[in-house]
Design a protein around this ligand. Structure first.
Ligand SMILES: [Zn+2]
Length: 147
C-alpha cells in the first residue's frame, strides 16, 4: 500500500489504542496486514525504479503533510502518533536496498522478513488505487471519530 495509507493506519491505531506497548507492535503488524490487501502498484519484474520514483515522491510528500497535520492536531499524543506512523510505514524503506531485485523479480539475497514482505503482497495492480482511496477515506473517517 501507499506510505500515506500505512501512516494513516498507524495514526488511527495510536489514537484508538493509546497504549504504546500495544499500539506500536500493532502499527508494525498493520503494515503487513495492509500489504496483504490487493492494492495499487506494479508487480515485481514490471517495476522500474526510476519510473516509479515520481509516484513514491508524491506519496511520501502527501504522507509527510498529513503526518505534520496529525501531529499538530493530536499534539497531546505526539510521540505515540509519530511512532506508530513511523513503524506502520517504515518497512517499505527496505525496498530501496532491494530495488534491483524488484526490477528483475529476483529473490536471491533477500532477508527472510523481506521475503515474507514480498510474498504477502500477492496482488499489486493499477486499479488498486480505488482500494487505496477507499482505505484512505476510511482512515480519515476513523481518525476524525477518534479526536
Ligand atoms: Zn510494504
Amino acid at each position: 500500500m501507499t506510505a500515506t495509507n500505512h501512516a494513516l493506519t498507524g495514526a488511527a491505531i495510536a489514537l484508538a489504542v493509546k497504549r504504546p506497548e500495544l499500539a506500536i507492535p500493532l502499527a508494525f503488524a498493520s503494515h503487513f496486514a495492509l500489504d496483504a490487501i490487493p492494492h495499487s502498484g506494479v508487480p515485481p519484474g514490471q517495476f522500474v525504479f526510476k519510473k516509479y520514483f515520481k509516484i513514491v515522491a508524491v506519496d511520501l510528500t502527501i504522507a509527510a503533510i498529513l503526518a505534520v497535520a496529525l501531529l499538530i492536531i493530536f499534539k497531546d499524543h505526539f510521540w505515540l502518533v509519530f511512532s506508530c506512523m513511523a513503524v506502520a510505514a517504515g518497512p517499505d524503506g527496505i525496498w530501496w536496498f532491494y530495488r534491483k531485485n524488484l526490477e528483475k523479480n529476483d529473490k536471491t539475497g533477500i532477508d527472510p522478513i523481506s521475503r515474507f514482505h514480498w510474498w504477502i503482497q500477492w496482488k499489486e495492480f493499477q486499479k488498486g488505487i480505488y482500494i487505496e482511496l477507499l482505505w484512505f477515506g476510511l482512515m480519515i473517517f476513523l481518525i476524525t471519530q477518534l479526536k
